[in-house]
Write a protein that binds this ligand. Sequence first.
Ligand SMILES: Cc1ncc(COP(=O)(O)O)c(C=O)c1O
Length: 345
Amino acid sequence: MELAKAQKLWQPHPGWLNTASYGLPPEPAWVALQDALADWRVGRISWEGWGEAAERARAGFAGLVGVAAADVAIGATASQLLAPVAAALPPGATVVVPEVEFTSNLFPWLVQQDRGVRVRTVPLDGLADAVDAGTDLVAFSLVQSSDGTVAPYDEIVAAARAHGALVAVDATQACGWLPFDAGRADAVVVSAYKWLMAPRGTAFAYLAPALRDRLRPDAAGWYAGQDPHASYYGPPLRLADEARRFDISPAWFCWVGMAPALDVLLDVGLPAIRDHDVALANRLLTGLGQPPGESAIVTVEVPGAQEKLERAGVRAAVRAGRVRASFHLYSTQEDVDLALDALTS
Ligand SMILES: Cc1ncc(COP(=O)(O)O)c(C=O)c1O
């Protein structure tokens, strides 16, 4: 589908420049969710169909990041899905993380310190160089939530492979606009309520088969069973061979709202979405006299920005005195110009 045609699936209030906080649902996702809620309210149908939305979403996510659906686990948050990876690190292991990393990809490693896991934080631009023979795992966001910096994925993976370190990626601020190959890492987690435009409470993890063998599915319940619908009662333990054994039972309505949004992203295609999002981000940067970049998330320092944007009804995040603006396929030039007018007035 042409991006311009897809844009008709949203009617955002002008000035939503904050997909890095949460994404807006396309019409089919909104409608599917309302229909499910209406069915739930009166007990019109059984629940199995709501669960099937999670399976559609698993397949859609796998297609988006170029891996097999069998290697994808579903959960509720990014940090929850990183937890088994962190818990499997042996005592004495060293994890290297960027120094300004979002905590969902930091606390999972730090909580293991009481077992003797060591966490080293280094500047993002020195991350690849910081990976050495003493590194067991390198963890980083593919796109930084604070300022939109795109991490040098290839360089970091190459350094990790050269030293036998594992690679864990948080692609929450990347997946949905930045094409990338998840299969090059050992683990990739994505919280889906931003660029994948799902209700909060949906997340994915790509878990490489060799890594999975080293992890214990501590949160396993019936949905992690080889056949979930034959796993309602009693022993023996009969977990799925695939990444599904790390699933938690799907939060039905969140997944009902997730699956149609992935269909739209797959239909439009990530290269077109990236070009659109980055072009709008660069329109803002160049309109403020700054050089263009390569990210859908940008930060700008403008005195009094918060009040100026609020007065114009523009919704962007303000972090440490800097405006963080983020753009997705429903964003328009008019949104950017609203912000530019406010910031330059
Ligand atoms: C990089 C990054 N990862 C993860 C999250 C959310 O993580 P969780 O799903 O663990 O709440 C955010 C939210 O801002 C984020 O920016």
